[in-house]
Design a protein around this ligand. Structure first.
Ligand code: FES
Length: 102
């Protein structure tokens, strides 16, 4: 398996027992995961970008939280509309979306 160029972690507020409870989840983070998958598919980035849902990052008041590696960029208050911007500007263009960085 080839390592992806980018790994996108989306907080889905997963708890250790598998339930999804918490701030990011209540603010629609699961829909963000779906939106990332759609944008990655639409832009032929499958294989270059991996998306993983995660548990709480501990900064719930900034949620929904998205973290992108290898840079270790943390984005906060991410909306579905922001996903397209992140994909175009960060994952394709290689530039951070400064307004969303936390
Ligand atoms: S639930 Fe997402 S950062 Fe805490």
């Amino acid at each position: 398996m080839v390592s992806p160029k980018y790994h996108v972690f989306v907080c889905a507020s997963c708890r250790i027992n598998g339930t999804q409870k918490g701030f990011c989840h209540s603010k629609g983070s699961v829909a963000l995961i779906q939106k990332f998958m759609e944008e990655i598919d639409d832009n032929d980035l499958t294989g270059e970008v991996m998306v993983t849902n995660t548990g709480c990052f501990g900064i719930c008041d900034k949620g929904p939280v998205v973290v992108i590696y290898p840079e270790g960029t943390w984005y906060g208050n991410v909306t579905e509309d922001d996903v397209e911007t992140i994909v175009e500007q960060h994952l394709i263009g290689g530039e951070k979306v400064k307004d969303l960085v936390i």
